[in-house]
Design a protein around this ligand. Structure first.
Ligand SMILES: Nc1nc2c(c(=O)[nH]1)N[C@H]1C(S)=C(S)[C@@H](COP(=O)(O)O)O[C@H]1N2
Ligand SMILES: [Mo]
Length: 316
């Protein structure tokens, strides 16, 4: 069986999502008896997560294009985090007791002032902003998420990249005792991702410490993850322990796994299909039907100039 990232096209994969959506309808009081029966028969957990008051206060907000925030239960209950499990609904219960303290973040490599931050120090070091971003998964679904965090460029400036630094390599935590998915031989653990230095320095690139008005939960990448909203979701690595400035394009888990399917750039692009499916449209979680996918996930005005003169078909 192909265990790699795939959209919801096979019947074996459609079932969990259908159950998930039915459960949501049930929680919203819109379900009929059959959905209730399905819930009782199939649901791994009966109690919906209570929605924190911070999150409830934000409901009703939209992104700059008018898209409604994706419900809190979906943002925190439907996750890709392969270190735990490939089952999107299984991540939250499995990650529940994941230890996010003590935690340090090493910022090193081609920098004048390498430094290791304690996470609690780092979370207070730069002004924390609230930013609503679209997250577009390469599997052709999307969410609108109210993040909390700080621009990565502030952190990078503080360590003073040398002239030789051309890329930023993000390395996630390696801890197979806590993360059973890391026993899978299909992937080159730890999860890692990378950006060109100018992409990392872009104001949109966020180091996230929270969402929906609260610190991140483990399933969303606590205590620290990167968020790169114009790229497919897998570029936004969770559970980061190291940020390394390097001269060469770094390895990434998804390019290692399937280089013809997941390129280094992975900019959201409706005109460049994944080899196994189209990227022209997407399903917004919580909505019915599909919506067209926007170039650079709707951030073209801000980021297209980073790629002037580049062949985006070749540099997928
Ligand atoms: N370390 C790590 N980071 C990761 C992943 C992962 O499996 N491991 N999955 C990625 C994918 S495919 C997506 S779509 C987003 C999902 O983020 P969310 O669960 O917070 O919505 O996280 C990304 N970051
Ligand atoms: Mo994804």
């Amino acid at each position: 069986m192909n265990k790699w990232h795939s959209p919801k096209i096979r019947s074996s994969e459609i079932t969990p999502e259908a159950a998930y959506l039915n459960r949501r309808q049930f929680m919203q009081g819109a379900a009929v008896v059959t959905a209730g029966a399905l819930l009782a028969a199939c649901a791994p957990k009966a109690d919906p997560t209570p929605i924190p008051t911070e999150a409830a206060a934000l409901q009703g907000q939209t992104d700059e294009l008018g898209g409604a925030l994706t419900p809190y239960e979906a943002v925190t209950g439907y996750n890709n985090y392969y270190e735990f499990t490939t089952d999107k609904e299984g991540v939250a219960p499995m990650a529940k007791d994941f230890k996010t303290r003590p935690w340090t973040v090493e910022v090193s490599g081609l920098v004048g002032k390498p430094r290791t931050y304690d996470i609690d120090e780092l979370m207070k070091r730069f002004p924390i902003e609230e930013r609503i971003y679209r997250l577009r998964c390469v599997e052709a679904w999307s969410m609108v998420i109210p993040w909390r965090g700080f621009a990565l460029n502030q952190l990078l400036k503080e360590v003073e990249p040398t002239g030789a630094a051309k890329y930023v390599h993000f390395v996630s935590i390696l801890d197979p005792k806590q993360m059973p998915g890391q026993n899978s031989p299909f992937y080159t653990w730890p999860y890692s991702e990378g950006l060109r230095l100018d992409e990392a320095m872009h104001d949109l690139t966020l180091m996230s410490t929270g969402l929906y008005g609260k610190d991140l939960l483990p399933q969303n990448g606590a205590p620290l993850r990167v968020v790169v909203p114009w790229k497919y979701g897998f570029k936004s690595a969770k559970g980061i322990v190291k940020i390394e400035l390097v001269a060469e394009q770094p390895r990434t888990l998804w390019s290692d796994a399937a280089p013809n399917e997941y390129g280094f750039y992975s900019n959201v692009n409706p005109d460049v299909s994944h080899p196994r499916w189209s990227q022209a449209s997407e399903r917004r979680i919580g909505e019915s039907g599909r919506r067209p996918t926007l170039m650079f996930n709707g951030y073209a005005d801000q980021v297209a100039s980073l790629y002037t003169g580049m062949d985006l078909q070749a540099n997928y």
